[in-house]
Design a protein around this ligand. Structure first.
Ligand code: GDP
Ligand code: IMO
Ligand code: MG
Length: 425
């Protein structure tokens, strides 16, 4: 096994949770390196479903070390709720196998309030955020006024940081968002009330990864969201507030990029997107509805219906370039069953020209026209297939075409939500 980064290749919800869980069996350490509880990662084992928002998807494998890196923004209340839920299912979530970097920034109630107030004010131009306070927390990090997990050891520092942060924010609450102001001591009391439960989890994540690599252990980095939601490389401004590309695994967990030896892009066999923003292959017809219903495309975090469309090879090609994909894990192939033809967007038409990569101007993706290729569909139930050769010829052809269009090998094919419903090539 290689030290592997898993990233979402599209706009999120590709099935990262499932593949991380599956690859965790051959790994020793699993690390989240960006995003927060805007993520909803689903794992299904023997029919039992678990959705994780902050804790790495390796947690269901006993004995694996799960780490939350400095690049993550962590809602401590959501984290503890997850700890309690897993604990109730007899999953070991003790600090011996779950750690948080002291440098990880904390999402506080005022981040959530700003996120929601801003979106409410935007009316027609909403980003459609998850409302979890992700953007405002990253803003405080960049503004150098954020509260970090390690600060929980120092109550005076917590109080003074929250006081500073609220000085500015309360002006906005009172005069711009017209909502309730927040009392700094009340917010501080609330967070300090859980400090004793949080501080045992503090661990030097960078050191833990270095020690693991040195002793020949295998590390798996779990990306959240998708590359086209990346703050720099995504469909700005309709993006999240962190870097979702593979390179951020290094920055967001504190290791040198040379430690990463494999980068797997999770690709859903079609495309989905939640929230606003351009989506060239979106289907607002019966086929779109078919994908949504058959694929149960409703948000794992917010429950919102996901927009659905054909697979877009241009989007994957750009992900391969931005992340240096070594291979692809193709998920939800089974969902396509029953469609008479399958379309793949192979290139775009943009300002009268045929282009192979997305145009770079702001919101330019809204002006491209997908150029499609049609392939035959399939009617067979493939959820029982456990070898590539067992897949119908039409499915094999679809997969091989994806490889040819992206230049990346499909090494894993997922044919169902359950851990076992997977083909490794
Ligand atoms: P993530 O955010 O990338 O981890 O993905 P989500 O968990 O938000 O969404 C993926 C959904 O698809 C979840 O409900 C998974 O259980 C489900 N899923 C994953 N792989 C497959 C697959 O191969 N087939 C089917 N039918 N469902 C899958
Ligand atoms: P996982 O890890 C799908 C989207 C939101 C919105 C935009 C910004 O489960 O794949 P934010 O709350 O991050 O400021 O919202 O990003 N978004 C996701 N879409 N899957 C996710 O995570 C997402 N996390 C954020 O819908 O459009
Ligand atoms: Mg998700």
């Amino acid at each position: 096994m290689a030290n592997t980064v898993i990233i979402g290749s599209q706009w999120g919800d590709e099935g990262k949770g499932k593949i991380v869980d599956m690859l965790s069996s051959g790994s020793d350490v699993i690390v989240r390196f960006q995003g927060g509880n805007n993520a909803g990662h689903t794992i299904k084992v023997n029919g039992h479903q678990t959705i994780l928002h902050t804790i790495p998807s390796g947690i269901l494998h006993p004995g694996k070390l799960c780490l939350v890196g400095n690049g993550v923004v962590l809602d401590p209340f959501v984290f503890l709720q997850e700890v309690d839920e897993l604990s109730a299912q007899s999953v070991d979530v003790s600090p011996s196998r779950l750690g948080i970097s002291p440098k990880t920034h904390l999402i506080l109630p005022y981040h959530r309030a700003i996120d929601i107030a801003r979106e409410t004010m935007k009316k027609g131009k909403k980003i459609g955020t998850t409302g979890r306070g992700i953007g405002p927390c990253y803003e405080d990090k960049a503004a150098r006024i954020g509260l970090r997990c390690g600060d929980l050891r120092n109550p005076d520092l917590v109080r003074s940081k929250i006081r500073t942060a609220l000085q500015e924010k309360n002006v906005l609450f009172a005069n711009l968002y017209h909502c309730d102001v927040m009392d700094p001591d009340t917010v501080a009391d609330e967070i300090l009330g859980i400090a004793d439960r949080m501080t045992p989890y503090l661990r030097d994540v960078s050191e833990a990864i270095q020690d693991a690599v040195k002793s020949g252990k295998i590390v798996l980095w779990e990306g959240a969201q998708g590359v086209h939601l990346d703050i720099d490389h995504g469909t700005y401004p309709y993006v999240t507030s962190s870097n979702t590309v593979a390179g951020y695994a290094s920055t967001g967990s504190g290791i040198g990029p040379d430690r990463i030896t494999r980068t797997v892009g999770i690709v859903k066999a079609y495309t989905t997107r939640v929230g606003s923003g351009p989506f060239p292959t979106e289907l607002e017809d019966e086929t779109g509805k078919f994908l949504q219903e058959n694929g149960h495309e409703f948000g794992a975090t917010t429950g919102r219906p996901r927009r659905c469309g054909w697979l877009d090879a241009v989007v994957i090609r750009e992900t391969a370039r931005l992340c240096g994909l070594t291979d692809i894990a193709l998920t939800k192939v089974d969902v396509l069953r029953g469609l008479p033809t399958l379309k793949i967007c192979v290139d775009y038409e943009y300002k009268g020209e045929r282009i192979a990569y997305p145009p770079q101007g702001e919101n330019a993706l809204a002006d491209v026209k997908p150029i499609y290729e049609e392939l035959p569909g399939f009617s067979e139930d493939i959820t029982g297939c456990r070898a590539f050769a067992a897949l119908p010829a039409t499915v094999q052809k679809y997969i091989k075409r994806i490889e040819a269009l992206t230049g990346v090998k499909v090494s894993i094919v997922s044919v169902g939500a359950d851990r076992e419903e997977t083909i490794e090539r």
